[in-house]
Design a binder for this molecule. Structure first.
Ligand SMILES: [Zn+2]
Ligand SMILES: [Zn+2]
Length: 392
């Protein structure tokens, strides 16, 4: 049974908050109005809070009527640099910025749970509500850990939740282990010898060599990664040359690497380096390779996944908590919190994507995405049930 009912007064309030945040999206570490707005709702409900972690972050705290352990619940607050193409009244009024990943909904669901639990605090222990900035590439989770969130607010475990388009409204997905992949940026520079396009024999053409490197890289995952492990290599930017009649000196390749197991990531990077350097050397060029780690993999532990699943089952029933969904090769900076604390991260269904939906319809990071207001009470109720079941 949902603690927070559909069409209740709190649901209506949450829709108002969600629309306000959606209408005023702010990018990573710039969530000032968003942070002020969330703080104003917390304040008007007499909820204590600490502001300013990772620039705009908020940690609100509610104590139960009895003593006990402390846990953390986390939502992200930032938007994306996307121009919204929706027409509804809560459409973004900030040019070129949009809540296209549903972090407006995540903040709202956590805020709803805080407001509810402040009035219904018959639990044993303490809940820290973490409103985190900069999930979209900024690593706000990493900064909060570096600024000592778990020293300032010790938590026995921390929990996260993301909406998932394609998963039905009224369903959750809980993974026992890996949920989201690690993400690194790859950079390869191939140095040849430029010259006249009509005299290639006097040059070492980095573009021709780079093309072979790009093709050969696609053999790494298929031939070097065990079939039941996962990795993705995508070369996404190619930069070389400036005019049609000159062979340039160098070619730069940039790409993205995704994997779950760090040993797989290390093996793949070694192979990428060997291929780039081997092909380049065999043709008289040189290659340098580097990778920049962005986010580690988000990996649950079965124990915490089970606790989350049990709380979700209380809200939507056992049949609506999916336990065998495939993980995503997308990534998530909640991984930094999970590497610093025990816990788990789950998906809440944002609704099925209709076949006739506009291009990309309601998929994340799409110009026509919108968080589903109908799932606000479901998500908040999950947080409430999680608190009740863990702090008793
Ligand atoms: Zn996103
Ligand atoms: Zn997101």
């Amino acid at each position: 049974m949902s603690e927070i009912k559909h069409n209740s007064k709190l649901h209506e309030e949450m829709v108002t908050w969600r629309h306000h945040i959606h209408k005023h999206p702010e990018l990573s570490f710039k969530e000032e109005m968003t942070s002020d707005y969330i703080a104003s709702v917390l304040e008007s409900n007499n909820i204590e809070m600490h502001r300013g972690m990772a620039v705009t972050g908020i940690v609100a705290t509610i104590h139960g009527t009895k003593k006990g352990k402390a846990i953390g619940l986390r939502a992200d607050m930032d938007a994306l640099p996307i121009q919204e193409r929706n027409d509804f009244s809560h459409k973004s009024v900030h040019e070129g910025k949009m809540h296209a990943c549903g972090h407006d909904g995540h903040s709202t669901m956590l805020l709803g749970a805080a407001v509810y639990l402040k009035k219904n605090n018959n639990f044993a222990g303490t809940v820290h509500f973490i409103f985190q900035p900069a999930e979209e590439g900024g690593g706000g989770g990493r900064v909060m850990v570096e600024e000592g969130i778990f020293e300032k607010f010790p938590c026995e475990a921390v929990y996260g939740m993301h909406n998932w388009p394609g998963l039905a409204e009224g369903q959750f997905a809980v993974h026992d282990t890996a949920v989201m992949a690690a993400n690194e940026t790859l950079k390869i520079t191939i140095k040849g010898k430029g010259g006249h396009a009509a005299m290639p024999d006097q040059c070492v053409d980095p573009i021709m060599i780079g093309a072979q490197v790009i093709s050969a890289l696609q053999s790494v995952v298929s031939r070097s990664v065990a079939p039941l492990d996962s990795a993705v290599i995508s070369i996404t930017m190619v930069d070389a040359g400036f005019v049609s009649n000159v062979i340039p000196n160098e070619m730069n390749l940039t790409g993205s690497l995704r994997y779950f197991k760090s040993e797989v990531g290390e093996e793949v990077k070694e192979k990428i380096k060997n291929i780039a350097q081997g092909i380049s050397q065999s043709m008289g060029a040189t290659a340098t390779f580097s990778s920049i780690p962005n986010y580690p993999a988000t990996v649950n532990t079965p124990k915490h996944a089970q606790l989350c699943a049990q709380a979700a089952e209380k809200v939507v029933g056992k049949e609506n908590v999916l336990r065998n969904e495939k993980p995503s090769m997308g990534s998530e900076d909640f991984s930094f919190l999970l590497n610093a604390s025990e816990g788990a991260y789950i998906w809440i269904g944002n609704g099925l994507v209709p076949e006739d939906s506009p291009e990309g319809g309601c998929m994340l990071h799409n110009t026509q995405y919108d968080f589903n207001d109908e799932i606000l009470p479901t998500g908040s109720s999950y947080w409430v049930e999680l608190v009740r079941s863990l702090l008793k």
